[in-house]
Design a protein around this ligand. Sequence first.
Ligand code: KG4
Ligand code: ZN
Length: 341
Amino acid sequence: QKIPLVLGLETSCDETAAAVVSGDGRILSNVVMSQLDEHRPYGGVVPEIAARSHIDHLDDIIREALDKAGVSFADLDAVAATSGPGLIGGVMVGLMTGKAIAGACDIPFMGINHLEGHALSVRLTEEVAFPYLLLLVSGGHCQIQVVKGVGQYQRLGTTIDDAAGEAFDKTAKLLGLGYPGGPAVEQAARLGTPGRFDLPRPLKGRPDCNFSFSGLKTAVRREVEKLGQQITQQDVYDLAADFQLALTEAIIDRVSRALDIFLEQHQADQHILVVAGGVAANSYLREGLERACGKRGFSIVAPPPALCTDNGAMIAWAGVERLRLGQVDDLSVGARARWPL
Ligand code: KG4
Ligand code: ZN
C-alpha cells in the first residue's frame, strides 16, 4: 500500500505556510513565510494586512513546497488546511485554497483545528504515546490540554484574557523594546535584577489551570507611569526582569496544578509535558518548567523550533493522523474564528 502524501496549509495568523508530509512522518518540505516585517510598524498583527498578504503569497508558497518536495499536485493523496481558530480573513484564504486543490485533484480534504496541529506536532518527530500533557504558549494561545488521542482533548486550562506571548508583546511596547516583544523582553531581563517591583502572580494557587495576564500587564504600566520621564535604561531592564519572573512563576504554578491533575486522572506509561508555541523559546521559562516537571517525575518534550511556531507541517501531520482514522471532511466545512479544541 502506498504511503500517503498530505499537503498542509496554514494561514490563521501572520505566517503563510505550506508543507508536504508523508504518512510515515517524513517532512518533504516545510515552507514558512513570516509577515513580521509587514506588521512591525503597527506593533502587532493587523488582520486585514495579514489576509491580503496570504492572498498575495500563498500560491507561490504552495508551488515552492511542492517543488522542494519534488512532487506535483497529482502525487498528493489528501489536503489539510487550518479552518480555525484564528484571524478569519486569513483562515478563509487557506481553507478555500485547500478545498479548491482537493476538489480539482479529487482527493480527501480535512479542515484542521490549528490547536490540534500544535497538539499533535510532537508526534511527527518523536515517539510520544497518548495520553500526554500539552502546554501551548504562543502569541495567540495559552492553554493546557490533556491529549488523549486524535480528536480527543481535555482542556485543563486556558487564558481568561491575554495569551502569554501577547503579554510579552504588550509589555515590550510599554517598555519601548520593539516587536515582537518576547525575545526583546528576555534580552532586557538578562541585564536586569528582579525584586525591585512588586508585580502580581495572577490566579496563583487556584484549583483550576487557567491563566490571566492582563493584570500583570496593567501592573507594569503603572510602574512605568510612576517612573515617568525619569525612567532609565536600568529601570527598563529591572522591570523586564520582574515581569518575566512574575509571568514565569504564574505559568509554573498553573502547570504544576495540571501535572497533579494528570497524575490523579490518567494512567500513562510515560509522564510527558509537551511544550509548544513561540513563548516556549524563552529559556527562563523553560528552566523553570524543567524544575517543576522534574519534581513530579515528568519530562519535557519540545518539538524542534521550526515545528513549535506556526507552520504547515504540523497541519499536514494532523491531516495524516486524521486520514489514518478516516476522519475526513467534505468540502462544506467552514472557517471558524473561534473554535476551542
Ligand atoms: O507561536 P508563535 O511564533 O506565533 C503565534 O502566536 O502563533 O508565537 C509568537 C509569540 C510572540 O508573542 C512572541 O513575542 C513570543 O511568541 N516569543 C517569546 C520569545 N520568542 C517568541 N516570548 C518570550 N520569550 C521569547 N524568547
Ligand atoms: Zn499557533
